[in-house]
Design a protein around this ligand. Structure first.
Ligand code: SAH
Length: 240
């Protein structure tokens, strides 16, 4: 896990030998299960360390202050093989983590992985964000909402901001020229009770120079009619 170790140091993070061992186990399980099901196209040892694990940990650049001291609650919407949620949980063992994934098969991998890694306080929910976000147990309950590679921003904020507690934030990981995507999403952000806080560039040579974190604060409630029925946020996004 040398690539991960050096990369995280550049992010100002420290991983103990035990944490590096957890990432190593994660790698082995991911590649092993990937033979039976489609979890990832990235399978090389160094590639996974950088493009999955390190990339997931870049969200700390947007939430560092939140992490110091007390525990907080995180939901990863459309987590797939556990990204970015599981790397963050390995880094910060005290967070409460919900992994939300629509595909039951992937959830089976997640259960296996969480047990293998010995992680506590992780809940795996199988379902669609459009439905789960209307469940009072999850609605407006999280200090931090994460989502990587799930949808374009206007759709994504409808799927994620309803989970976010007022005063909490949503961090989207995006690539390339995202100004246009952010502009397109400005109406959806407002409608869903959000406010754009910042677009942060991730300067890590390992990842190339084009990564961005879009940080949205939840400043008011999401109207109860959102998110709309499954598929509608993608089919008819709220566009400015
Ligand atoms: N976040 C992971 C996976 C990205 S692929 C990563 O970065 O590697 C997108 C994942 O989101 C898929 O596993 C898909 O099943 C899930 N997904 C897509 N739409 C969803 C929805 N509306 N609710 C819950 N999960 C969803």
């Amino acid at each position: 896990m040398e690539k991960l170790k050096s990369g995280t140091q550049k992010l100002g993070l420290y991983l103990s030998p035990g944490q590096l061992e957890q990432f190593h186990i994660y790698y082995k399980e991911l590649v092993d299960w990937n033979r039976k099901m489609n979890l990832t196209r990235i399978t090389g040892y160094e590639e996974v360390q950088v493009r999955h694990f390190l990339d997931s940990l870049t969200v700390t650049l947007a939430v560092k202050s939140l992490a110091e001291g007390e525990s907080f609650s995180v939901i990863d919407v459309g987590t797939g093989a556990g990204l970015p949620g599981i790397p963050l949980k390995i880094l910060w063992p005290d967070i409460g983590l919900v992994l939300l994934e629509a595909t039951a098969k992937k959830a089976k991998f997640l259960h296996h992985l969480v047990a293998k890694l010995g992680l506590g306080n992780v809940e795996i929910v199988v379902g669609r964000a459009e439905e789960v976000a209307h469940n009072a147990r999850y609605r407006e309950r999280f200090d931090l909402v994460l989502s990587r590679a799930v949808a374009s921003l206007p759709t994504l904020v409808e799927l994620t901001l309803p989970f976010c507690a007022i005063g909490g934030s949503f961090v989207a990981q995006k690539k390339g020229d995202i100004e246009q995507e952010v502009n397109k999403a400005s109406r959806a952000i407002t409608v869903l009770g959000g406010s754009l806080r910042e677009i942060k560039a991730v300067d890590l040579e390992e990842l190339g120079g084009e990564r961005r974190l879009i940080v949205i604060n939840k400043v008011g409630p999401a109207p109860p009619e959102y998110p709309r029925r499954p598929g509608v946020p993608a089919k008819r996004p709220i566009i400015s």
